[in-house]
Design a protein around this ligand. Structure first.
Ligand code: ATP
Ligand code: MG
Length: 450
């Protein structure tokens, strides 16, 4: 159901408008008081507003401005009994969809509403399809439809039932931890724990006691026996995240656990049997580290028996629209906001960004924008600072131009663009266009039917 709100202080004219636009699938609300109407706009978020221009409390132009501030995607049609080219220009410049004179030509009003209803339906359909697309391209919390990600999903499925060790490589934020969780969840060890050790976050002196545990008296302060992360992960999976940062001594011990399925707590001579699947992840080039003697070659060989490489987001840009949609719904729920998407400008900016920080960077950008957004559509201004500079140029150059319009309409739009470019200076715009001011007014403020 698409909602339309008609606002007019004259009840007869209001009833006439409502009767004119009435059609199946369109809910028509009416209101004689513009201030009250704004509350309705806020609550019901109609797709279309038809508003009288001259009203006692608020003018139609003010209503247009306030409605756009609530949600710039709401289309406003203004009606007036007193046609003026000046007001027409102002209305269109402020984003009115159309400006019609009273008595309203019912066919024309109906045609304009039909266009908007069709566009609203198309968007609803597209939104539903997008949600379905996200749903069907979801794999254990990972979104992707690019050949690169489909290959990753297929490999996870094949590896999960059998692996003992896997190496996941990929730049920061490409989803290494998500892949590790998917591998665990699809493996026969899914009932066991999934334990994460972030090797980069542990001081070198602590890493061995963290991983392997320690025996009482192993060092000062070791007053009790303590199991390590490997033992916590027994019969489950241990993720050694950032394994490139692991000191060589610990690397040797990890290799021993992988090869012989046994470990010794620090300070204990007794070996313990252990059954753990090990997933290692890194954004580093371990082969180069081996060449530089910073990583053990034998451990590298063992780990690379099964290797999963995650492509950077820049190599799978076709995933961007789905990921954007996914994060908008995610943060919409998280912040309890009714976010429906991004403005075309904002989407263009995101689609053109190089994403060096990959999916994590995208997630952070949308998370922050979702927090800032005061309207259902996230706009460029809501995005974090580093996206602000890229806006206008990128958006303008990629905005698809609508070409199937009449010459008159093209002329009107071009004239409006020139006026906008010159910050509203119509005399200057007329000079640039090489027409008189009167002609300019005629072009931009063409009366209905002319
Ligand atoms: N394909 C994806 N679909 C949905 N969300 C994703 C996807 N890939 C990554 N994410 C999200 O992006 C964020 C980063 O993912 P993750 O922590 O798995 O990356 P990482 O490669 O381990 O990064 P780092 O190297 O920075 O640790 C997470 O919040 C994760 O949920
Ligand atoms: Mg990680």
């Amino acid at each position: 159901m698409i909602t339309l709100l008609a606002i007019d202080d004259d009840p007869r004219s209001l009833a006439l408008t409502a009767a004119t636009v009435e059609q199946e699938g369109l809910e028509v609300l009416t209101c004689e008081d513009p201030e009250q109407a704004l509350c309705i706009v806020r609550q019901r978020l109609p797709r279309i507003v038809i508003c009288d221009l001259v009203m006692p409390k608020l003018s139609g132009l003010e209503v247009l401005r306030l409605v756009s501030a609530i949600d710039p995607s709401i289309e406003v049609i203004l009606l007036t009994a007193h046609y003026s080219a000046e007001t027409a220009v102002e209305a269109i410049r402020n984003g009115a969809y159309d400006y019609l004179t009273k008595p309203v030509d019912p066919d024309r009003l109906r045609a304009r509403v039909d266009e908007l209803v069709a566009e609203g339906r198309r968007r609803q359909r597209a939104g539903r399809l997008d949600d379905e697309l996200v749903e069907t391209h979801q794999f254990h919390g990972m979104i992707g439809r690019s050949p690169g990600m489909i290959d990753v999903f297929a490999r996870i499925r094949r590896i999960a039932p059998h692996y003992q060790t896997v190496l996941i490589t990929g730049a920061t934020g490409t989803g290494k931890e998500l892949v590790a969780r998917a591998l665990h969840n699809l493996s026969p060890a899914a009932q066991g724990h999934f334990v994460v050790c972030n090797c980069a976050a542990l001081p070198e002196a602590l890493i061995e006691s963290e991983l392997f545990g320690y025996a009482r008296g192993a060092f000062t302060g070791a007053t009790l026996d303590k199991p390590g992360l490997f033992e916590h992960a027994n019969n489950g999976t241990l993720l050694l995240d950032e394994i490139g940062e692991m000191p060589p001594a610990a690397q040797a011990k990890v290799l021993r656990v992988i090869q012989h399925h046994e470990l010794q707590r620090v300070g204990s001579p007794i070996p313990k049997k252990i059954n753990v699947r090990v997933i290692a992840a890194t954004h580093r080039d371990l082969r180069r580290m081996v060449a530089e003697q910073r990583f053990r070659e034998d451990l590298l060989y063992r780990l690379t028996m099964v290797e999963l490489q995650l492509p950077p987001l820049s190599a799978r840009r076709e995933d961007l629209p789905l990921l954007i949609r996914h994060f908008v719904s995610l943060f919409s729920r998280q912040y309890q906001k009714k976010l429906s998407g991004l403005t075309t400008r904002a989407e263009t900016v995101l689609l053109n960004h190089p994403w060096p920080g990959n999916v994590r960077e995208l997630e952070n950008a949308i998370g922050s924008a979702a927090m800032m957004a005061e309207r259902p559509l996230i706009d460029v201004g809501d995005l974090p600072g580093q996206f602000q500079g890229q806006t206008a140029a990128a958006a303008e150059s990629h905005q698809p131009e609508e070409v199937l319009i009449s010459l008159d309409e093209a002329q009107r739009r071009h004239a409006l663009r020139v006026i906008r470019e010159l910050a509203g200076d119509k005399a200057a715009a007329a000079r640039v266009l090489g027409v008189s001011r009167a002609t300019l007014y005629r072009i931009v403020g063409r009366k209905p039917g002319q």
